[in-house]
Design a protein around this ligand. Structure first.
Ligand code: PMV
Length: 397
């Protein structure tokens, strides 16, 4: 194809990440600059991923557009999306200014099509994977030379936690100190290959939309919580050092303790906010109880819970303890969806969990699905496009 009808395309997939040191608080709301550093585990794209195709052509007219899971999204009024597009375009313009032979892609309308491989009903925040895929796909379309760290600065402006989805394995988001945010970026702490036996079991408790959005909740906490300043200044900086060391040394017990302490600290500053913010419910607390019971039974920490801005539990454990952790949940929750797939199929029900009756009943009644997964790699460029050669969106399945 040649001339004005040529459609340029690039596609990528990007992962979800779940923090073990939580981001909760912005020091700059426009640039999404955080009050503290954070650290996450990138989850396998075999279970959860966003798939995005970025395309542009002289034959496209009108404003840039985005179709997400088959529905047109309003992106003109989204300051966050516009900030990402503006940054990426300006990097492309710089390339075009240096090399006159490059096609002027920066001047063309963008057509973006994105789809998640997990049901929206899973109740998982998909914005991290979504913005990471969007930024990576456009950067590839524009053939930008920027590193994942540099691109993380752009993705951060879409959604803070998205900056950590540009890399695989164990990823830190350095809060940075500069006002323009140029040192607030993601860095790989260790690749997947360093600790590939890290597993994560997600208990989906509610598929409802979050009660209080993370942006609004963070602001309330920053403005009103009396406990938050100590968390930002002392507790998180110390925990970042400790957990990075634990990851480097593959010290699961320290990793697990800090993960649980930090989740509790985050929910404590939420409760300490005014008006107070509650994200966990009785089902979340039953999941905590199950984790504590498994650890007590083992006589050491073999699993760790963590909760984001909602009631879903994420439980980290090592593959060698699959039977004691995932096996127990499989015997409690045998009939709910999610046990199929590479990680879940290996899990055999284990009836010897010794969880007390009340928590058992609460979990049975409140968990609607599980996602059985593990640590995984960063974004991947793929040839499966969601925009056809003529520039039309491929129908959503
Ligand atoms: O990036 P946001 O605005 O979706 O905020 C994410 C906040 C938490 O998920 C609760 C913590 C984290 O670090 O991911």
């Amino acid at each position: 194809m040649s001339g004005s009808s040529q459609v340029y395309r690039s596609s990528t997939t990007a992962p979800v990440n779940i923090a073990v040191i939580k981001y909760w608080g912005k020091r700059d709301t426009a640039l999404n600059l955080p009050t503290n550093s954070s650290l996450s585990v990138t989850l396998s794209q075999k279970s959860l991923r966003a798939h995005t195709t970025a395309s542009c052509s002289e034959s496209f007219s009108g404003p840039d557009s985005l179709i997400l899971n088959g529905e047109k999204e309003e992106i003109q009024s989204s300051k966050r999306t516009q900030a990402c597009l503006k940054n990426l375009r300006s990097l492309r313009e710089q390339l075009e200014a240096k090399d006159g032979s490059l096609p002027k892609l920066s001047k063309l309308t963008l057509r973006l099509v994105s789809a998640n491989n997990f049901p929206t009903a899973a109740g998982l925040a998909s914005s991290a994977a979504g913005f990471a895929a969007l930024v990576r796909a456009i950067a590839d379309l524009y053939e930008l030379p920027q590193s994942p760290e540099e691109l993380s600065i752009i993705a951060r402006q879409g959604s803070g936690s998205a900056c950590r989805s540009l890399m695989g394995g164990f990823v830190a988001w350095r809060a940075g100190t500069k006002e323009d945010g140029s040192d607030s970026l993601a860095e790989e702490v260790a690749p997947v290959s360093h600790w590939p036996d890290m597993r994560a079991l997600v208990l989906v408790v509610s598929a409802e939309k979050k009660g209080v959005s993370s942006t609004a909740g963070m602001q309330t906490t920053v403005e009103t919580s009396t406990l938050a300043p100590a968390r930002f200044k002392e507790i998180v900086p110390r925990r970042m050092k400790e957990i990075e060391k634990a990851i480097h040394e593959k010290d699961f017990e320290t990793f697990a303790r800090i993960t649980m302490q930090d989740s509790n600290s985050f929910h404590a500053i939420c409760l300490d906010s005014w008006p107070p913010i509650h994200y966990m419910n009785d089902v979340s607390r039953a999941a905590m109880n199950a984790v504590e019971t498994a650890n007590r039974k083992a006589g050491k920490l073999i699993c760790a819970y963590t909760f984001d801005a909602g009631p879903n539990a994420v439980i980290y454990y090592l593959e060698e303890h699959t039977h004691q952790i995932a096996g127990v949940f499989r015997s409690i929750l045998p009939r709910i969806p999610g046990w199929e797939g590479e990680f879940g199929e290996a899990v055999r029900p284990n009836e010897f969990g010794s969880l007390e009756q009340k928590s058992l009943m609460t979990l049975k009644a409140g968990v609607s699905r599980v996602i059985c997964t593990g640590v995984g790699g960063g974004p991947e460029k793929i040839e499966e496009h969601l925009v056809d050669e003529k520039g039309n969106a491929v129908p959503h399945e």
